[in-house]
Ligand binder design. Sequence first.
Ligand code: SF4
Ligand code: SF4
Length: 418
Amino acid sequence: MINDALLRQCVHCGLCLDACPTYVELGTEMDSPRGRIHLVEAISQGTLDLTPEVVRHMDLCLGCRACETACPAGVQYGQILEDARAHIEENTKRPLVQRLRRQMTLAVFPHPRRLRVFVTLVRWLQNLGLWSLAERWVAAASLFPRLHKAPSLQSTAAVGPETERVSVLRGCVADAVQPQVNLAAVRVLNRCGVSADVPKGQGCCGALHLHAGDREGAQRLARQNIDAFAGSEGSAVIVTAAGCGAAMKEYGELLADDEQYRTRAEQLSRRIRDVTEYIVEKLPADFELPGAEASVTYHDACHLAHGQGIREQPRSILRSIGGLTLTELGESDHCCGSAGSYNLTEPEMARTLAERKIKNIAATGAECVAVANPGCALQISAGLKSAGLSVRVVHPIELLDEAMAATASKSATTKPNS
Ligand code: SF4
Ligand code: SF4
C-alpha cells in the first residue's frame, strides 16, 4: 500500500515526538509520528489489522507536518499519511455518522458554487439573528465568522506601468468565507505594478479530499486546475491560502502516475507562490498604517511553515509596515487544530489545541494576530470569541493593503496643488 522506501527513511530516533501536537497532548507513542509510522509499516506488511483503535490513531493525526520539520532524516511523513489515509478509506467501513460527516464535508466545501450558496444561506441566517441557534446545537457552526457580501474577484490591471502578470487562485473556502483576503492581495499586486488574471474554470485545490483519503477526488481537481491555468504559462500563480498552496506545490507527486498530466502538473507546481513569498520581493519602501501604533503577532500556519518552509516572508512584510510592531508568538508553529476539516471531524482535540493557541496569543498582549490560512483564521477567531478576547484576526496581506492605501491617500492629500 505504501512505498517501502518512504517508510525505511525513518530511523526511529524520536526527535520528532516533542514537535507533534497530538503526542504533546496525549503522551502516547501511537499518537506520535514515530508510532504512526510503525503502525503504517505493520499494516503494510500485513502484520496488523485495521482495527478501530488503529484507525483512531491515524485519524487523530492533524497532518500538520511539524514532524517533517523536526526530522533529521528527511522522512516525508505527509506523503506516508496521504497514502495511509487512502488505504484506510478503501479498506474500512466507517460508522454511519462519520461517513455522513465526511460525505457532507466533501459535498459542500470543495465546490465553489455550492459553497457560495451555503455561505449565502449562513449570511441570511446571521442577518435574521437565527445563526446563534445553529451555534447552540452544532459546535462547527461557531467557526463561521460574521459574513458580509463582497464584490467578486476579477482580473485587474497593474496600477502604472506593468512589470509582471500573474494568475490568482480563487480557492473555495478562502473565496467564500474570507473574500476580503483575495481582494486585498489583488490590490497589493496591482499597486506593485503586477497585473492579476483570475482564470475561469479553476476550482478547489484538492487538499480537503487528500485529508479525507480521497486521492482520486484530489487528482480530478488537480487536473481541472492544470487545465484552467494552462492559458497563462510562465507566470506565477498566487495563492493566499497556505493549505491550497502546499497542496498545489505537490501536484507533481499527486499525478506522478498520470502520463498525460504528469509534466504539466510539475510545471504548474513550480509556478505556485504563496502571496507573502511573492510580494516580499516587490515591496516598495515607506508605507504605514493610519492611526496610533498597533501591535501584531504572527501565527505560523502549518501548511505554510512546515508544508512550504515559509516563515520569514510574512514576518518581513509585517516588520516593513510603519506603525506596526511585531511581537513573536510562543509556539507559533504549533497547530491551532484547524487542519483542513479536522476541527469538524475531531472537535475535541481541535478545541484543546485552539485553547492552547489562544493562551499563547493572549500572552503577547497584541491587538491583532496575522494568519495566512483561512482555516487557521476561522479556528483562531472562534477560539478568541469563546475566550471573550477582542483580538483582530487578519491576513498579513490585508494589513499591507491597508497601509499602502493609507499611504497613497496621505500622499495624494499632501501633494502641493500644481
Ligand atoms: S503530522 Fe502533525 S499530528 Fe501528525 S504525526 Fe506529524 S506532527 Fe504529529
Ligand atoms: S520521523 Fe524522523 S524524527 Fe521521527 S522517529 Fe522517524 S527518523 Fe526520527
